[in-house]
Write a protein of this length. Structure first.
Ligand SMILES: Cc1cc2nc3c(=O)[nH]c(=O)nc-3n(C[C@H](O)[C@H](O)[C@H](O)COP(=O)(O)OP(=O)(O)OC[C@H]3O[C@@H](n4cnc5c(N)ncnc54)[C@H](O)[C@@H]3O)c2cc1C
Length: 667
């Protein structure tokens, strides 16, 4: 791995002269937009990326200058300092017994301001009318949950990247409810595809493709090899530092001629592949070299947040990873497709994830959906009328929580208690306690939707039975990091011939140019001489442990790694990957935002660790279904409730939860 391990002594304590020199070369001493150290002590707000003038519709200058505009905050974001401490104290047993009473009575309080919580508010408002009083409580300093936006400014121009939830994956698979919501919010797929088509093939036209960075710690030498997927595999591997045996084995596996499970029927093979990891399939069944494992290990991380040791070989086959071509496996019927990556759960038509309309990616990812939802709930807070103008719209955070509007979004508020005011089946009200900046408050409502995470609910809602709590705690959300780096130019990418790089042995296992797209007034960088946002992804894994354990360990790692360690690793990795083609980590990095998500993707079932029934069917025996049972005036939303890490699941679960409490309100 290219990063100094998190357990290394902090940079400032007893640093050697050699490290000091390395740090200077990496530009560690230079001020970037802002540094957040562990626990959020921020220093050095500099002017290097702050705009000098407003351009066109982009009006958020003043807000950024005083550092108060959440999407422009850099340093350690995602689960940022200040957002999770109260919940962790609650987990350790702390209680808040004497909350101050807030003189508010809402029809609905929603816990969680992610896409699911915002959708729940939207559906409730639609069902109960404009005057319905709704309060949304979220522990972060920005709305959107995982669907956050990173907004960088440099010399008067805005550069966007998603800080979490990336795209509308397989929109053709969205349910009537989820697709209908996007449509009502103004997301017009036809207009979207026409707009992005203008620039979407820029990188291809420049001859850029995919490359693999082989790091010296894993592969013996630092080398970026371009042409993955374009060159025949043998030719591509020829210039890699892999051993001859690994190269031969990879060529064999990619060639896909051998049947490694002779004598078994297609169904028998699939059954076997469901119970063996892809790693073990490669090593023990296909007899591949260890170099093959190192080369392919990061392949499934973007979907599963683990390496190939914790992913069933059957899933690898579904994802068309190498090694299965000669097995003669019959295509899987749509109704048997996996929650990941094919997604039948929560999706009505069971089509493959790669069928139908292509994925939709907005300049700030699915933060666009969150912003459109907030616009629908609080039109004045997010000015504008279309999916195009929301990209540059300046959110007035001061309007999110005002007494003169029926819908209110209260940020930096962690809910620590939910209970009915009386017996669950007869109570007319629910009360919720939340902690905001160290003070506890109690608010009343006619009903509540818990659109927060399954692993939080047992701690805040004691009224539910023990077996339901157990079911809610069954899954472990997957940790991951999306890092956004504003760089001054992308000439080094052009010189290297890559727009995206897989780095299977490195700290961030992928890096690449932000997508080339145009929407409304926003146009991503079209000129390699100009700044661009580079996206890097990391999935902390501990091969050898179960998937759940790996996620738990990974979560701790993310929370205990400070920004400085991340920054050093980022600069080091960019320098080693692109330095030979001209990238200078000391001068080319303008700003860094590390979006860490210790509680990331919803846990989806996996045949190595869970019953096949849970992984392949919509069985009500799945813990996610048992866990989401409503009681009285409280229902449960969030993508965890579908065991599906997808935006459509977040929306579908919000709809179900609102229907459940609405029928409870009618009785
Ligand atoms: C890095 C990343 C990339 C992703 N990419 C994609 C993608 O490309 N496509 C896709 O479809 N899905 C993607 N996802 C999955 C994503 O989780 C869902 O699409 C969706 O955004 C989930 O929305 P949600 O509202 O269900 O949950 P969340 O977005 O997690 O929102 C729940 C909110 O509740 C808050 N909360 C929890 N407990 C409390 C409490 N006690 N009090 C107050 N608030 C609380 C949480 O902090 C959070 O803000 C991605 C997820 C991550 C982390």
């Amino acid at each position: 791995m290219s990063l100094i391990p998190p357990s290394s002594p902090p940079h400032t304590l007893g640093m050697s002269k050699k490290q000091d020199k390395l740090d200077r070369e990496l530009g560690m001493g230079r001020s970037i937009s802002r540094r957040d150290f562990l626990n959020g002590v921020s220093v050095a707000l500099t002017s290097s990326v702050l705009p000098t003038s407003a351009v066109g519709a982009f009006q958020s200058l003043q807000a950024q200058e005083n550092g108060n505009y959440p999407p422009t905050r850099t340093g350690m974001r995602g689960s940022h300092a200040g957002s999770f401490e109260v919940a962790h104290e609650m987990r350790e047993g702390k209680t808040w017994e004497r909350p101050e009473t807030v003189d508010e009575l809402h029809d609905l309080v929603v816990v969680g301001g992610g896409i699911s919580g915002l959708s729940a508010a939207y559906f409730f408002k639609k069902l109960h009318g404009e005057r319905a009083r709704i309060l949304i409580l979220d522990n972060h300093d920005d709305f959107g949950g995982h669907a956050k936006r990173n907004e960088f400014w440099h010399q008067g121009k805005m550069y966007l990247m998603n800080g979490g939830t990336l795209n509308v994956e397989a929109p053709a698979q969205y349910s009537t409810v989820a697709a209908g919501l996007l449509w009502e919010l103004g997301i017009d797929r036809t207009r979207y595809y026409e707009s992005v088509a203008k620039v979407s093939d820029l990188y291809r036209k420049l001859g850029l493709g995919y490359g693999v960075f082989f790091d010296r710690e894993t592969f013996g030498a630092d080398r970026l090899v371009a042409g993955y997927g374009k060159l025949p595999i043998r030719e591509f591997l020829a210039s890699s530092p892999l051993s001859e045996k690994a190269k031969t084995d990879l060529a064999r596996l990619y060639g896909g001629k051998e049947d490694y499970l002779t004598g078994l029927s297609s169904d028998e093979k699939k059954k076997k592949l469901a119970r063996v990891s892809y790693r073990d399939y490669l090593v023990e069944i296909a007899k591949a070299d260890a170099g093959v494992v190192a080369f392919l290990n990061s392949r499934p991380m973007g979907l599963f947040c683990t390496g190939i040791d914790a992913v069933p070989a059957l899933y690898a086959w579904e994802m068309e990873f190498p090694g299965f071509g000669g097995l003669g496996l019959a295509p899987t019927p749509p109704e048997r497709l996996l929650a990941e990556p094919g997604g039948a759960h929560g999706r009505e038509n069971g089509a493959r994830a790669d069928s139908g309309d292509p994925d939709m990616y907005f300049p700030d990812g699915n933060a666009t959906i969150a912003r459109l939802l907030v616009r629908a709930l609080l039109p004045k807070a997010v000015p504008g009328r279309s999916m195009e103008d929301v990209v540059a719209s300046h959110v007035d955070y001061g309007l999110l929580d005002r007494g003169d509007h029926p819908v209110r979004i209260r940020l930096e508020s962690t809910v620590v208690k939910v209970e009915h005011d009386g017996p669950v089946d007869r109570a007319r009200e629910v009360s919720l306690t939340y902690v905001q900046r160290g003070r506890a408050f109690r608010v009343r409502a006619g009903a509540a939707v818990l659109a927060c995470w399954n692993n939080v609910i047992p701690y805040i809602w004691s009224e539910i039975p023990e077996d339901q709590k157990k079911a809610l705690l069954d899954g472990v959300k997957a940790p991951l990091v999306y890092t956004s780096v504003l760089v001054s130019n992308w000439k080094s990418f052009v010189k290297a011939g890559v727009s995206g790089v897989s780095a299977p042995g490195s700290y961030h296992v992928s890096l690449g140019l932000g997508p080339s797209l145009s929407l409304g007034d926003y146009r991503s960088s079209q000129d390699p001489e100009t700044p661009v946002v580079v996206r890097m992804s990391r999935y902390p894994c501990s091969p050898g442990l179960s998937r759940r354990e790996q996620h738990r360990v990974g979560r701790e790692e993310l929370l205990s790694t400070d920004f400085e360690t991340c920054e050093r690793g980022i600069r080091d990795q960019l320098g080693r990957t692109l330095g030979p083609s001209g990238f200078d980590p000391a001068s080319d990095v303008l700003a860094i935002t590390v979006n860490r998500w210790p509680h990331g993707y919803a846990y989806a079932y996996n045949t190595l660790y869970d019953p096949e029934e849970w992984a392949f069917t919509s069985s009500p025996s799945r813990p996610a279904i048992r866990g989401r049972r409503p009681w009285g005036r409280v229902a449960i939303a969030n993508s965890d409730a579908a065991a599906s890490p997808h935006t459509d699941a977040a929306i579908d679960e919000a709809y179900r939860a609102v229907m459940e409490i609405s029928s409870a309100l009618d009785t």
